[in-house]
Ligand binder design. Structure first.
Ligand code: ACO
Length: 439
């Protein structure tokens, strides 16, 4: 079988044969399709990148129809069950799981970077008491760029790795400080000897009324949640990371862009919305009415549906299990029963079945976070901490990929043809109003 595809242009009768690699044709080949020699050539139109591969990647594999997610070839369920977050972070960044020596070095390298400048603390103190923690995270990640001018040398592989370690080391500190800031609590310095998730919990809850939540079962649950959130191939925020990074902006600025994209309610902000939705539904007898509203297009069932998964999100399955372990320590969060009933009803309803809408990672994660004493505002931050690893792996892959250039889509212009300025603008004096504006 020949790996080509032949297209006939019915406007001209011309035929074009294009190579097919990985079931994909190159969009640039379409440019050969022209109606005249001076024609620009054909483009593909794909708002929201529904069917466009923007890169080749070796990091994450998803089969959305079968509900498969793998990092570097390993199933997410195996990684979540048998590995720690730092081990999986190493795998995603380096391509292989660490041997014991590599793991020791990796942990030591991350620990070195677990600290932030006093100025950053002062910078964070400047936020209002009710600032959204994602706003604080995004701004502080961008502000870090001003501390590390060496990060601008993005093509230097040593600099790349240095920045990766810095960001993975520092992001939980920024997240925890944002949390404590909003509570009016003093900042707790990291305790690098603790595990990654444990240390984060220490910075959140030490010397606070929630100190009892520094529990090994919860630390492991958080570690598992972190593993599940590390990467998810070319999602909205990863695409933002790659788009900003493609201009050779430094990784602190690029990751601030990625975190900003994550903050939206259709992406990482969905876990916050799920909790608000469950609060609004209130009790199981209100579910049918809520579902009716979804079907009438009044609101969405948040935490359901996914661009890629048209089957159960494998992360949601693991999170559901983890939730039960957390409740053993914290007591049952009643919202899990509400969510499970909502899921049961939705998965038997033709509206959801026919559209292949299943629970995604955000449907249950917020319920665990809430049981851990965290408010919905913090949920997306908890997503951003581990996703930083994925963003950085994708950024590094982008920078080192010779096929990549600055990301710059085309458009189909549908505006006016050339127009002449009205005489009043061409020759007239500026109006009083516009003069007042410039004064
Ligand atoms: N509730 C109700 N209907 C939905 C939902 C939902 N959560 N999601 C999709 N649909 C419907 C759409 O209205 C559409 O119906 P139609 O064909 O009658 O017009 C159909 O299902 C297809 O949905 P699209 O919006 O075309 O799917 P898309 O791939 O563009 O969107 C998205 C994916 C944004 C995740 C969407 O499912 C959604 O908004 N879900 C709720 C928000 C959410 O949970 N986001 C988290 C995603 S996971 C993550 O980012 C980490």
């Amino acid at each position: 079988m020949e790996n080509t595809v032949t297209v006939t242009d019915n406007r001209t009768g011309e035929q074009y044969t294009f190579p097919v690699t990985h079931d994909t044709i190159r969009a640039m080949d379409l440019r050969k399709i022209k109606v005249a020699p001076d024609d620009f050539g054909m483009m593909s139109y794909d708002p929201a990148f529904m069917n466009t591969a923007s890169c080749e990647s070796k990091i994450t594999y998803i089969d959305g129809d079968k509900g498969i997610l793998r990092y570097r070839g390993y199933d997410i369920a195996d990684l979540a069950e048998h590995c720690t977050f730092p081990q999986v972070a190493y795998l995603v960044i380096h391509g292989e799981l660490p041997d014991p020596e590599q793991e020791t070095e990796w942990l030591a390298a991350l620990r070195i970077h677990m600290g932030i400048f006093e100025n950053i603390k002062k910078f964070m103190e400047g936020f209002r008491y009710d600032a959204h923690p994602m706003g604080m995270l995004v701004s502080t990640l961008a502000a870090l760029s001003t501390f590390y001018p060496d990060a601008k040398d993005v093509r230097n592989s040593e600099v790349q790795m240095h920045c990766i370690r810095r960001i993975i080391g520092k992001i939980p500190i920024i997240a925890a400080y944002g949390y404590r800031h909003s509570k009016g609590l003093d900042y707790i310095s990291p305790e690098p000897k603790l595990g990654y998730a444990e240390n984060f919990m220490h910075m959140l809850w030490d010397r606070s009324p929630l100190e009892h939540l520094k529990h090994p079962v919860l630390a492991r649950a958080l570690d598992v949640l972190f593993i599940l959130h590390i990467d998810h191939e070319q999602n909205c925020s990863t695409n933002a990371m790659r788009a900003v990074g493609s201009s050779e902006a430094d990784p602190f600025l690029s990751i601030a862009g990625a975190a900003a994209a994550l903050a939206g309610p259709l992406h990482g902000g969905a876990n916050e919305e799920v909790l608000k939705m469950l609060d609004k539904i209130g009790s199981q007898e209100n579910i049918p009415e809520f579902i009716r509203g979804v079907k009438e297009g009044k609101h969405k069932l948040m935490g359901f549906g996914h661009r890629v998964y048209k089957n159960y999100d494998p992360r949601a399955r693991i999170i559901k299990r983890t939730a039960e372990e957390v409740f053993e320590v914290t007591g049952r969060n009643k919202k899990i029963d509400l969510a499970m009933e909502l899921e049961r009803i939705a998965l038997t309803d033709d509206y959801f079945v026919s559209r292949k809408l299943y629970p995604n990672v955000d449907f249950y994660s917020g319920i665990i976070y809430e049981a851990m004493g965290l408010e919905p505002q913090m949920f997306t931050v908890l997503f951003a901490i581990p996703r930083a690893v994925g963003w950085l792996a994708q950024w590094q892959e982008l920078i080192n990929d010779p096929a990549q250039k600055i990301a710059r889509p085309r458009q189909i212009y549908t505006g006016y043809e050339q127009r002449k300025l009205p005489d009043s603008y061409t020759y007239g004096a500026p109006s009083e109003e516009s003069l007042a504006y410039t004064r």
